[in-house]
Design a protein around this ligand. Structure first.
Ligand code: FDA
Length: 502
């Protein structure tokens, strides 16, 4: 049982939250972390912690009766999704009208379910998105610090060229190169040495057994194994799971009180707790942190919160698309689940796109090249508070995603033209080759320098901080977790030195 008051409280346990927990713990600050999901460390009856992607069970998704996988169909058949029983599973899909957002649930947040791609953004684009942040300092100090802590590593190029497990990526690379496009290797937090042992048959398969979006049983350096393990190691940090933070208020003495529902594995609220804290760090992710602050502002609990809370939200320009290769351009029956290559056309000022070459591991040859395109979409969403449901509603229309679809189409039309290939229409359940109704990279909602100061200190409320992807205003041009982590490192260093010393 956690104390009813703590010097520092962190909400959530993804990247930003984990950095806060570690750096506070190291500074000698007693810190409590509240996570709405469960701790994923105990094997179930099948001796596995996480279920497989091919045969998902209750562990797969957050309180669902049927899975909602990103790729809904294959050859228009509903073969992908399965009935499951409701349970605090590891992947959630938050559905808001025209846009759904995939997020991780559990100790480690998104790091439990993501593709591990650890990409440092282009410096010029970073400076464009976050002009108030000293880019020189970020690239000299905080990106390297984040990369070292996260366990970022690179694939052995010789192995990449020879293994059947990356045939799919080599085939996509060839098609891109035929169109005059550049591809780049992308670092990952999955241990590529472990993966080579999987391929050699000397280690239990995880990335080579289709595991990714419902968790990896091996090989993945998720933040529960890196930052959070180190945070617990300081002896100052405690993590409480199945605690859903609902409300924040401020006491006359300037401390904060968080109301949190403790739930059981059926989702039933077994206790509603009030936890006081001197300092409160919001790391509940773009959606979670924004909802907490929006609710606090709109219900009058924290009325002085800035009007920028609930603004500057974006999808990082995410669009999935797929092409059909020629019969002779096989992708192989065996595909690793961790992407290792991207098509980098961000330099093309007329149509900047960075497209991750994504796996589609079905266990048989299907000739499909799948991609997650990251585009530069200027459209931004906002959130409104809905008192009837006491939740945040995303204002984002299908039309706002059209710039992303158009940019993706321009790039892949070029690839199709040069290779005389066509799109696949059967994968996304919408009759088009473009998945424009979901994203994996929600960013913004509490933009740095607007809802907060330049270090994530919430305007108007000393001792209240945002430390996650909510700070980044909607786009970063590459997969975002390295940026989220590095920015949190920068902000925490300043906050520990200035605010905690005071
Ligand atoms: P994050 O979402 O990680 O953590 C928030 C945590 O807070 C969660 O554990 C949540 O349960 C908890 N929480 C929320 N509300 C709460 C509340 N009210 N009370 C208590 N707890 C609460 N990125 C990348 O760089 N490379 C990649 O390859 C991929 N691939 C990818 C695949 C898939 C399937 C997904 C879903 C996402 C990715 N991403 C990715 C995105 C990446 O995972 C994401 O950007 C980060 O996890 C965001 O980190 P944050 O710290 O902002 O929050």
């Amino acid at each position: 049982q956690a104390p009813s008051s703590t010097p520092a409280l962190v909400i959530g346990s993804g990247y930003g939250a984990a950095v806060a927990a570690l750096r506070l713990g190291q500074a000698g600050v007693r810190t409590l972390v509240l996570e709405m999901g469960r701790l994923w460390d105990t094997p179930a009856q099948d001796n596995k912690i996480f279920c497989s992607t091919a045969a998902p069970d209750q562990r797969s998704m957050w309180f669902r009766t049927r899975t909602e996988a990103p790729l809904a169909t294959f050859l228009w058949l509903d073969v992908v999704n399965k009935d499951i029983s409701p349970y605090p599973g590891v992947l959630d899909r938050v559905n808001y009208g025209d846009m759904s957002v995939y997020v991780g649930r559990g100790v480690g947040g998104g790091s439990l379910v993501n593709g591990g791609m650890a990409v440092t953004p282009r410096r010029d684009y970073f400076a464009e998105v976050l002009p108030q942040v000293d880019a020189a300092e970020m690239y000299a100090t905080y990106f390297p610090r984040a990369g070292a802590m996260l366990g970022v590593n690179s694939i052995d190029p010789a192995w990449f060229e020879s293994t059947e497990w990356y045939k799919f990526a080599r085939t996509s690379r060839k098609a891109a190169q035929n169109a005059g496009l550049k591809t780049v290797f992308v670092p990952n937090v999955y241990d590529f040495g472990y993966m080579q042992r999987e391929a050699a048959g000397t280690a239990t398969r995880s990335a080579l057994a289709g595991e990714v979006i419902y968790g990896n049983n091996h090989g993945k350096r998720s933040v529960d194994k890196t930052y959070l393990a180190a945070a617990l190691g300081t002896g100052n940090v405690t993590i409480e799971t199945l605690h859903h933070a609902r409300a924040i208020r401020r006491q006359p003495d300037g401390t904060y009180v968080v109301t949190a529902d403790r739930t059981d594995l059926t989702g039933r609220v077994v206790e509603t707790r009030e936890i006081g804290c001197g300092r409160l760090f919001l790391g509940a992710g773009s959606l979670g942190t924004t909802e907490l602050l929006l609710r606090a502002r709109e219900t009058g609990a924290l009325p002085a919160l800035d009007a920028a809370v609930g603004t500057a939200w974006g999808t990082n320009g995410n669009i999935m698309t797929a092409r059909a290769n020629h019969m002779w351009d096989t992708v192989g029956a065996n595909e690793a689940t961790m992407p290792a290559l991207g098509i980098d056309d961000w330099d093309n000022a007329a149509n900047p796109v960075f497209a991750e070459i994504a796996p589609l591991p079905m266990g048989f040859e299907h000739w499909v090249s799948l991609y997650l395109a990251i585009t530069k979409n200027p459209q931004r969403g906002t959130f409104s508070y809905d008192p009837a449901t006491d939740s945040a509603r995303l204002n984002w229309t299908k039309a706002q995603n059209q710039p992303s679809v158009d940019a993706t189409k321009r790039l892949f039309d070029r690839i199709n033209l040069r290779n005389a290939t066509i799109y696949r229409y059967d994968l996304f359940g919408n009759g088009t080759p473009f998945a424009d109704d979901f994203c994996y990279h929600p960013l913004g909602g509490c933009p740095l320098g607007r809802a907060t100061d330049g270090y994530g200190r919430v305007k108007g409320y000393p001792g209240l901080y945002v430390t996650d992807g909510a700070l980044i205003p909607g786009s970063i041009g590459v997969n975002p977790f390295v940026t989220i982590t590095a920015l949190a490192e920068r902000n925490l260093e300043r906050i520990v030195a200035q605010d905690l010393a005071a």
